[in-house]
Design a protein around this ligand. Structure first.
Ligand SMILES: *[C@@H]1O[C@H](CO)[C@@H](O)[C@H](O)[C@H]1NC(C)=O
Length: 244
Protein backbone atom coordinates (compact mmCIF):
# COMPACT_ATOMS: atom_id res chain seq x y z
CA UNK A 1 0.00 0.00 0.00
CA UNK A 2 2.74 2.41 1.02
CA UNK A 3 4.64 1.33 -2.04
CA UNK A 4 1.64 1.97 -4.27
CA UNK A 5 1.30 5.49 -2.88
CA UNK A 6 5.02 6.14 -3.34
CA UNK A 7 4.86 4.86 -6.91
CA UNK A 8 1.84 7.05 -7.53
CA UNK A 9 3.77 10.10 -6.36
CA UNK A 10 6.78 9.27 -8.49
CA UNK A 11 4.54 8.63 -11.47
CA UNK A 12 2.62 11.87 -11.09
CA UNK A 13 5.82 13.86 -10.73
CA UNK A 14 7.14 12.19 -13.88
CA UNK A 15 3.93 13.02 -15.70
CA UNK A 16 4.11 16.61 -14.49
CA UNK A 17 7.37 17.22 -16.33
CA UNK A 18 6.86 14.86 -19.24
CA UNK A 19 5.06 17.49 -21.25
CA UNK A 20 8.26 19.51 -21.45
CA UNK A 21 11.09 16.97 -21.40
CA UNK A 22 11.29 13.25 -21.86
CA UNK A 23 12.70 11.47 -18.83
CA UNK A 24 15.48 9.01 -19.42
CA UNK A 25 18.90 8.38 -17.91
CA UNK A 26 21.38 7.83 -20.71
CA UNK A 27 21.68 6.95 -24.37
CA UNK A 28 22.85 3.74 -25.90
CA UNK A 29 24.93 4.63 -28.94
CA UNK A 30 24.85 1.44 -30.98
CA UNK A 31 27.19 0.60 -33.83
CA UNK A 32 27.12 -2.59 -35.86
CA UNK A 33 29.83 -4.50 -37.66
CA UNK A 34 28.53 -4.94 -41.24
CA UNK A 35 30.32 -8.26 -41.75
CA UNK A 36 28.43 -9.74 -38.80
CA UNK A 37 25.13 -8.24 -39.90
CA UNK A 38 25.49 -9.77 -43.34
CA UNK A 39 26.76 -13.29 -42.82
CA UNK A 40 23.94 -14.68 -40.68
CA UNK A 41 21.36 -17.01 -42.26
CA UNK A 42 19.21 -13.95 -42.93
CA UNK A 43 21.76 -12.11 -45.05
CA UNK A 44 21.71 -8.42 -45.94
CA UNK A 45 21.34 -6.06 -48.88
CA UNK A 46 23.54 -3.11 -49.76
CA UNK A 47 22.00 0.35 -49.86
CA UNK A 48 21.16 2.05 -53.17
CA UNK A 49 24.36 4.07 -52.74
CA UNK A 50 26.54 0.94 -53.00
CA UNK A 51 28.51 -1.31 -50.69
CA UNK A 52 29.41 0.53 -47.48
CA UNK A 53 33.02 0.67 -46.26
CA UNK A 54 34.34 -2.11 -44.02
CA UNK A 55 33.74 0.09 -41.00
CA UNK A 56 31.36 0.01 -38.04
CA UNK A 57 28.07 1.64 -39.00
CA UNK A 58 25.64 3.42 -36.71
CA UNK A 59 22.51 1.50 -35.77
CA UNK A 60 21.02 4.09 -33.48
CA UNK A 61 21.14 6.47 -30.54
CA UNK A 62 18.60 5.22 -28.04
CA UNK A 63 17.37 6.94 -24.86
CA UNK A 64 17.28 4.36 -22.06
CA UNK A 65 16.24 4.14 -18.41
CA UNK A 66 18.75 3.10 -15.74
CA UNK A 67 15.94 0.95 -14.31
CA UNK A 68 12.97 -0.54 -16.07
CA UNK A 69 9.69 0.83 -14.74
CA UNK A 70 6.15 -0.39 -14.52
CA UNK A 71 6.87 -4.10 -14.85
CA UNK A 72 6.72 -6.75 -12.15
CA UNK A 73 10.46 -7.18 -12.01
CA UNK A 74 10.25 -8.69 -8.53
CA UNK A 75 7.60 -11.16 -9.59
CA UNK A 76 9.67 -12.21 -12.58
CA UNK A 77 12.33 -13.22 -10.11
CA UNK A 78 9.97 -16.00 -8.98
CA UNK A 79 8.01 -16.70 -12.12
CA UNK A 80 9.50 -17.03 -15.56
CA UNK A 81 6.71 -15.07 -17.22
CA UNK A 82 6.81 -11.74 -15.36
CA UNK A 83 6.34 -8.60 -17.37
CA UNK A 84 9.66 -6.88 -17.87
CA UNK A 85 8.27 -3.37 -17.75
CA UNK A 86 9.34 -0.43 -19.84
CA UNK A 87 13.11 -0.12 -20.15
CA UNK A 88 13.21 2.80 -22.57
CA UNK A 89 10.87 5.43 -23.93
CA UNK A 90 9.85 5.11 -27.57
CA UNK A 91 7.63 6.75 -30.18
CA UNK A 92 7.29 9.97 -28.19
CA UNK A 93 4.84 12.66 -29.21
CA UNK A 94 6.41 15.95 -30.17
CA UNK A 95 4.87 19.31 -30.75
CA UNK A 96 6.94 19.75 -33.90
CA UNK A 97 5.64 16.47 -35.34
CA UNK A 98 7.21 13.03 -35.45
CA UNK A 99 8.25 12.68 -39.05
CA UNK A 100 11.84 13.30 -40.06
CA UNK A 101 12.15 15.91 -42.76
CA UNK A 102 14.96 15.41 -45.31
CA UNK A 103 15.32 19.19 -45.49
CA UNK A 104 16.25 19.45 -41.81
CA UNK A 105 19.22 17.12 -42.14
CA UNK A 106 20.20 17.96 -45.71
CA UNK A 107 23.75 19.00 -44.78
CA UNK A 108 24.29 15.68 -42.97
CA UNK A 109 23.01 13.33 -45.65
CA UNK A 110 26.39 12.59 -47.26
CA UNK A 111 28.00 11.80 -43.93
CA UNK A 112 24.98 9.81 -42.75
CA UNK A 113 25.13 7.78 -45.95
CA UNK A 114 28.71 6.76 -45.17
CA UNK A 115 28.35 6.31 -41.42
CA UNK A 116 24.74 5.17 -40.96
CA UNK A 117 23.95 3.03 -44.02
CA UNK A 118 21.03 0.61 -44.12
CA UNK A 119 21.78 -3.07 -44.72
CA UNK A 120 18.14 -4.07 -44.64
CA UNK A 121 16.65 -5.92 -47.59
CA UNK A 122 13.29 -4.22 -47.08
CA UNK A 123 14.59 -0.99 -48.55
CA UNK A 124 17.89 0.24 -49.92
CA UNK A 125 17.01 3.80 -49.01
CA UNK A 126 19.00 4.71 -45.90
CA UNK A 127 16.70 7.68 -45.28
CA UNK A 128 13.98 5.18 -44.33
CA UNK A 129 16.32 3.72 -41.71
CA UNK A 130 17.13 7.16 -40.26
CA UNK A 131 13.47 8.07 -40.30
CA UNK A 132 12.50 4.90 -38.44
CA UNK A 133 15.23 5.47 -35.85
CA UNK A 134 14.10 9.08 -35.43
CA UNK A 135 10.45 8.12 -34.92
CA UNK A 136 11.12 5.28 -32.51
CA UNK A 137 14.02 6.71 -30.49
CA UNK A 138 14.95 10.22 -31.61
CA UNK A 139 11.54 11.67 -30.75
CA UNK A 140 12.28 10.80 -27.08
CA UNK A 141 15.76 12.37 -27.06
CA UNK A 142 14.82 15.97 -26.21
CA UNK A 143 16.95 16.93 -29.22
CA UNK A 144 15.97 18.50 -32.49
CA UNK A 145 16.45 16.17 -35.47
CA UNK A 146 19.56 17.98 -36.70
CA UNK A 147 21.28 17.81 -33.30
CA UNK A 148 20.24 14.20 -32.83
CA UNK A 149 21.91 13.07 -36.06
CA UNK A 150 24.86 15.47 -35.80
CA UNK A 151 25.71 14.24 -32.29
CA UNK A 152 25.56 10.61 -33.34
CA UNK A 153 27.98 11.38 -36.19
CA UNK A 154 30.25 13.33 -33.84
CA UNK A 155 30.34 10.43 -31.37
CA UNK A 156 31.29 7.99 -34.10
CA UNK A 157 34.00 10.28 -35.45
CA UNK A 158 35.42 10.91 -31.97
CA UNK A 159 35.77 7.19 -31.24
CA UNK A 160 36.50 5.24 -34.41
CA UNK A 161 35.84 1.68 -33.27
CA UNK A 162 37.34 0.10 -36.37
CA UNK A 163 40.60 1.98 -35.77
CA UNK A 164 40.54 1.34 -32.01
CA UNK A 165 40.20 -2.41 -32.52
CA UNK A 166 42.80 -2.47 -35.32
CA UNK A 167 45.30 -0.72 -33.05
CA UNK A 168 44.79 -3.56 -30.56
CA UNK A 169 45.42 -6.16 -33.28
CA UNK A 170 41.73 -6.94 -33.68
CA UNK A 171 41.29 -6.86 -37.44
CA UNK A 172 38.56 -8.35 -39.64
CA UNK A 173 39.30 -11.95 -40.59
CA UNK A 174 37.35 -15.04 -41.52
CA UNK A 175 39.68 -17.37 -39.62
CA UNK A 176 40.93 -15.49 -36.56
CA UNK A 177 39.04 -15.30 -33.27
CA UNK A 178 39.53 -12.75 -30.49
CA UNK A 179 38.84 -12.88 -26.79
CA UNK A 180 35.85 -10.83 -25.69
CA UNK A 181 37.90 -9.23 -22.95
CA UNK A 182 40.50 -8.03 -25.47
CA UNK A 183 37.70 -6.30 -27.38
CA UNK A 184 36.14 -4.67 -24.33
CA UNK A 185 39.53 -3.72 -22.87
CA UNK A 186 40.61 -2.06 -26.12
CA UNK A 187 37.41 -0.01 -26.25
CA UNK A 188 37.57 0.97 -22.57
CA UNK A 189 41.24 1.97 -22.81
CA UNK A 190 40.79 4.06 -25.97
CA UNK A 191 37.51 5.75 -25.07
CA UNK A 192 37.78 5.95 -21.27
CA UNK A 193 34.39 4.27 -20.83
CA UNK A 194 33.18 0.68 -20.64
CA UNK A 195 30.82 -0.47 -23.38
CA UNK A 196 28.52 -3.46 -23.74
CA UNK A 197 29.12 -5.98 -26.49
CA UNK A 198 26.54 -7.98 -28.37
CA UNK A 199 27.17 -11.05 -30.51
CA UNK A 200 25.29 -12.99 -33.15
CA UNK A 201 26.04 -16.17 -35.08
CA UNK A 202 27.18 -16.74 -38.61
CA UNK A 203 25.69 -19.46 -40.84
CA UNK A 204 27.96 -22.06 -39.22
CA UNK A 205 26.84 -21.09 -35.74
CA UNK A 206 30.10 -19.33 -34.86
CA UNK A 207 29.88 -16.45 -32.41
CA UNK A 208 30.86 -13.10 -33.83
CA UNK A 209 31.01 -9.52 -32.59
CA UNK A 210 27.83 -7.89 -33.87
CA UNK A 211 27.14 -4.61 -32.04
CA UNK A 212 28.91 -2.32 -29.62
CA UNK A 213 26.66 -0.43 -27.18
CA UNK A 214 28.44 2.66 -25.88
CA UNK A 215 26.71 4.67 -23.18
CA UNK A 216 26.35 8.43 -23.49
CA UNK A 217 25.13 11.24 -21.22
CA UNK A 218 21.69 12.84 -21.69
CA UNK A 219 23.13 15.52 -23.95
CA UNK A 220 24.42 12.83 -26.32
CA UNK A 221 27.88 14.36 -26.06
CA UNK A 222 30.02 12.51 -23.55
CA UNK A 223 30.64 8.78 -23.12
CA UNK A 224 29.98 7.29 -19.70
CA UNK A 225 30.56 3.82 -18.30
CA UNK A 226 27.56 1.69 -19.20
CA UNK A 227 25.40 1.55 -16.07
CA UNK A 228 23.63 -1.66 -17.09
CA UNK A 229 24.66 -5.12 -18.08
CA UNK A 230 22.73 -6.48 -21.01
CA UNK A 231 22.14 -9.90 -22.45
CA UNK A 232 25.08 -10.12 -24.81
CA UNK A 233 24.43 -13.41 -26.62
CA UNK A 234 28.22 -13.81 -26.60
CA UNK A 235 28.50 -17.43 -25.54
CA UNK A 236 32.02 -18.64 -24.95
CA UNK A 237 34.97 -16.38 -24.59
CA UNK A 238 36.02 -15.82 -28.19
CA UNK A 239 34.45 -14.00 -31.11
CA UNK A 240 35.06 -13.56 -34.80
CA UNK A 241 35.15 -10.24 -36.61
CA UNK A 242 34.32 -11.45 -40.12
CA UNK A 243 35.50 -9.74 -43.28
CA UNK A 244 33.05 -7.47 -45.04
C1 LIG B 1 37.97 4.54 -39.03
O1 LIG B 1 39.20 3.89 -39.08
C2 LIG B 1 39.33 3.00 -40.17
C3 LIG B 1 40.61 2.19 -39.97
O2 LIG B 1 41.67 3.03 -39.67
C4 LIG B 1 39.31 3.81 -41.45
O3 LIG B 1 39.44 2.95 -42.56
C5 LIG B 1 38.00 4.54 -41.53
O4 LIG B 1 37.94 5.36 -42.65
C6 LIG B 1 37.76 5.37 -40.28
N1 LIG B 1 36.41 5.88 -40.31
C7 LIG B 1 36.14 7.15 -40.28
C8 LIG B 1 34.71 7.52 -40.36
O5 LIG B 1 37.01 8.01 -40.18
Amino acid sequence: MKLAVACGLVLSSLLAVSSTAEQFDFFYFVQQWPGSFCDTWRGCCFPDTGKPAADFGIHGLWPNYAQCHGGDDDASFFSIVGRRGKCWPEYCEREDGNALSPWEIRDLVASLGRNWPTLSCRSGDSFEFWSYEWKKHGTCSNLRPHDYFARALALKAAHNLTAILAAAGIVPSDTETYSLSSVSDAIAAATGATANLQCNRDKDGQTQLYQVFQCVDREAKKLIDCPLHMRSRCSGDRVKLPLF
